[in-house]
Write a protein that binds this ligand. Structure first.
Ligand SMILES: Cc1cc2nc3c(=O)[nH]c(=O)nc-3n(C[C@H](O)[C@H](O)[C@H](O)COP(=O)(O)O)c2cc1C
Length: 305
């Protein structure tokens, strides 16, 4: 299975929360184990490992697409165990997928401005498990979730570890969320760095409100939010589906801007479930605004490039 090594830079284009790229590949003669590095998990903001498993599922799907595109017949066997989700192995046929390596390379989160307009009904109808909500209907929940997120010193500290707000950061080209990916001006990046460094002192003075204010208005917009619903506990499979949906959207000219804080914060998660008529809030797996971006996003950093 050593032939897969040369494809790693494209496998690594898979998306992950905070761009931690938590996946690992361990090569043996007849199989490659897909695992994860606990130092790249997010124990505070993702205590149940939901986003970790979604990202690992997206990675598995990405590997299968890239192998198929290279003409390599490879399949995935789920085999959850300590620090692993399963194995890639040789198969009789190449993985059947409408996507190719070029699609994997073209996909990317876009946190910039979107053109107004809703997604076509027939596009949404093809996205199994996705529920569509008008952006404006969730503007209040986003603000409440941002206040909750930035009000927590632990969540904010963990986020800060993955922020790359200056090009002088030694990991700027490797992982995490850069000023460019977050669409911050140089001044905004400097201000965010300074305020996060002073967080303990500024928190009682209202810093969480100021930080949450930065995304105020993001959903006050004529557009759509998509919510992925599915059985909790099957997030690796759901992550594979999520990547396929993102590639479908990307091929149609749409990009996604995940807003996981809305389902990370218990209060807003319950409220979103109630608004969607979903009985079990833990079946809300992922949430993102989706639309036609006004400008392309810079490619995000990767450990393999
Ligand atoms: C499960 C999951 C959750 C995510 N949650 C967020 C989020 O809450 N906010 C955000 O801006 N991006 C979120 N992202 C997007 C990642 O930050 C993004 O995939 C990563 O930075 C790599 O960038 P790329 O998607 O442009 O390749 C999430 C991605 C995944 C897979």
């Amino acid at each position: 299975m050593n032939e897969l090594r040369a494809l790693e830079p494209d496998f690594w284009r898979a998306p992950s929360a905070h761009n931690t790229q938590p996946w690992t590949l361990t090569y043996e003669d007849d199989r490659v184990t897909v695992g994860w590095d606990p130092d790249r998990a997010l124990p505070v903001s993702d205590p149940t490992g939901r986003d970790l498993r979604l990202g690992l599922g997206a990675f598995v799907e990405c590997c299968l697409i890239v192998c198929a595109s290279a003409g390599l017949p490879v399949a995935f066997d789920a085999d959850p165990g300590p620090l692993r989700v399963g194995h890639l192995r040789r198969a009789a046929q190449t993985y059947a997928t409408p996507f190719a390596t070029a699609d994997v390379r073209a996909r990317g989160a876009n946190r910039g401005d979107y053109h107004p307009g809703r997604l076509p009904d027939e596009l949404v109808a093809g996205l199994t498990g996705m529920r569509r909500v008008p952006c404006r209907d969730l503007a209040d929940l986003l603000h409440a979730a941002d206040l909750h997120q930035y009000g927590s010193p632990e969540v904010t500290r963990e986020l800060r570890q993955w922020l790359r707000l200056t090009r002088r950061h030694r990991r700027y080209l490797l992982d995490g969320l850069s000023d460019r990916a977050l669409r911050l001006t140089r001044l905004e990046a400097v201000a965010l760095r300074a305020s996060l460094a002073l967080y303990p002192a500024l928190r009682p003075l209202g810093l969480p409100r100021v930080l949450a204010g930065a995304s105020r208005g993001l959903l006050d917009h004529d557009g759509d939010v998509l919510v992925l619903t599915g059985p909790a506990g099957d997030e690796v499979e759901q992550g594979r589906l999520l990547l396929r949906h993102w590639l479908t959207l990307s091929a149609a000219g749409y990009t996604t801007h995940p807003l996981s804080q809305i389902i990370d914060s218990p209060g807003t998660r319950r409220e979103l479930a109630a608004r969607l008529g979903v009985a079990d809030p833990s079946s809300l797996l992922h949430i993102a605004r989706v639309g036609r971006p006004r400008s392309p996003a810079p490619p995000s950093a990767r450990l393999r490039g």
